[in-house]
Design a protein around this ligand. Structure first.
Ligand code: AMP
Length: 486
């Protein structure tokens, strides 16, 4: 008898798990499911990629199936709130998978798509509603939705929800929920202030924690390179190009602090022949979906994201996470690097640290208890940086549609491959200032930029080309505890 059977989950759920190939529960599932089956409230703290979604979905679907009430017009019996659209869509997809042999309907609503269409879907009511807070409130205001019948309320990525300024919408939503409900909070990190806020919404919860709080995702090798802000782009481009070519990099997520910054990085990468797409709050929903689909199916190996957009993204095979800019909130670092090394795979996180970002790294190392391993710049970095092409001038609509164009890697700028400016020529691109203005070193400006980075003095190890293919890397303890600090 499998553990899932022992838990007493309904047979159609077991069949769905079997179809998915889940033989055993993950630790968070093992701890959370029995308490949830008893109807307890729960505060679940688990690292990213640990199976949180199934942990809250399986017992909830079991409860809904075993206690049929019929559907309430414009109502739902279970409400799952997510901070981002992508995560909401992902949760709904997962839940549909787990519920595929049950007569339960799962709907998903989030901003960026017409509200009227979503309102129509809600008319007959549904069993499970996955939503982002803003759109949920919109639809309630339009009287397209009522929360009067909610029996189970789930807040995923709860700390981030509250951190992102969702506290007011959350308070409003919580006030509309029936008192008599089951509430579940899941989060990878839970600073005390946020946990205290959470107490407003959950009653006497069972606390389930599968890894010490803020433990950096296990099996992520964590490196840091000291570098001038102006030279970061060139290093990223060179590292990605070399890694994708020699296959030591499969799929990379690059985090920038701003939306504009994400677009700029993409323009540089695309100019250098690297197929990349950006995902952030200024993109239309269609662009976000296309970028994520391309990243998932492998046509776009590099996704450049702001923190908000990347929240909760579960894409297998993310080998590298690059922190192009260091987050000033230490917990965010844990979330970022948790995008790699999901579901048992290993991963590499590389942080580019400018002088003014050093205090953030100190905070991160304090939080995680892990010292970043120094990764020096390649000895010929300046030389290589000067060979990089400049990006095409910025145009409205930002970079080319992800996955759409031809990959021009290896053909170089001006070659006959289609470049990111749609073959309209690169007029002045290599003569002008890359990135469209301002003082910057970037792609080909490294040598011109003011101060030297530490790299020129570092050992000759070349992080761009020295990486072994992933399957050749040795095992052993890859944690960087005890390594020299900055
Ligand atoms: P989550 O933390 O919910 O995003 O889940 C991370 C990944 O683990 C997802 O790709 C799930 O499909 C997968 N997963 C969840 N539970 C199990 C399980 N019991 N066995 C194997 N894979 C699982």
């Amino acid at each position: 008898m499998s553990y899932f059977e022992q838990l007493g989950l309904a047979e159609p759920i077991l069949r769905a798990l079997n179809d998915k190939g889940y033989a055993d529960p993950t630790p968070i599932q093992k701890q959370a499911i029995p308490a949830l089956m008893e109807g307890r409230d729960l505060l679940g703290i688990a690292q990213t990629g640990t199976g949180k979604t199934a942990a809250f979905s399986l017992p909830s679907l079991h409860h809904l199936a075993k206690n049929p009430t019929g559907r309430y017009p414009s109502g739902c019996r279970m409400l799952v709130l997510s901070p981002t659209r992508e995560l909401a869509a992902q949760i709904a997809d997962n839940m549909r998978g787990y519920a595929k042999f049950l007569d339960l309907s799962v709907q998903c609503i989030f901003g960026g798509l017409p509200a009227s269409k979503q309102a129509r879907k809600l008319v007959p009511g549904c069993d499970v509603l996955v939503a982002t807070p803003g759109r949920l409130l919109d639809l309630i205001e339009q009287r397209a939705l009522t929360l009067r019948h909610v029996e189970i309320f789930v807040l995923d990525e709860a700390d981030q929800m509250m951190d992102l300024g969702f506290i007011k919408p959350l308070t409003r939503i919580a006030a509309m929920l029936p008192e008599d409900r089951q509430s579940l909070f899941f989060s990878a990190t839970m600073p005390k202030a946020i946990a205290d806020l959470g107490k407003r919404f959950i009653k006497n919860p069972v606390r389930v924690e599968v890894a010490p709080q803020s433990t950096t995702a296990e099996r992520v090798e964590q490196y840091g390179t000291f570098i001038n802000q102006a030279e970061k782009q060139a290093l990223l481009t060179l590292t990605l190009r070399a890694g994708l070519d020699d296959k030591s990099i499969d799929r990379s997520l690059v985090f920038t602090r701003t939306k504009h910054g994400a677009d700029k990085v993409v323009r540089h990468l695309v100019a250098a022949g690297i197929n990349a797409a950006a995902i952030h709050g200024n993109k239309t929903q269609a662009q976000r979906t296309r970028a994520l689909d391309g990243f998932r199916n492998g046509t776009v190996p590099v996704l450049v994201a702001t923190d908000i957009a990347a929240r909760g993204i579960d894409v297998s095979g993310v080998s590298h996470v690059f922190n192009f800019e260091i987050p000033n909130v230490s917990e965010q670092y844990v979330h970022r690097i948790g995008r790699t090394a999901r579901a048992g795979a290993d991963g590499i996180a590389i942080s580019y640290i400018a002088a003014d970002e050093k205090p953030y790294i100190k905070g991160i190392e304090r939080l995680t208890g892990v010292k970043l391993t120094p990764m020096p710049l390649p000895s010929d970095f300046q030389l290589q940086a000067r060979t990089l092409p400049a990006p095409a001038p910025k145009r409205s609509g930002a970079e080319r549609a992800p996955g759409g164009g031809q990959h021009n890697r290896g053909r170089g700028p001006g070659g006959n491959g289609r470049s990111n400016n749609g073959g309209r020529g690169r007029d002045g691109a290599s003569r002008g200032t890359p990135g469209g203005g301002g003082k910057r070193g970037g792609a080909n400006g490294g040598a011109r930029s003011g101060g030297r980075s530490d790299g020129g003095r570092g050992p000759v190890t070349n992080p761009v080309t020295s990486a072994k293919p992933r399957d050749e890397r040795g095992g052993g303890d890859r944690r960087s505890r005890g390594r020299p600090s900055y």
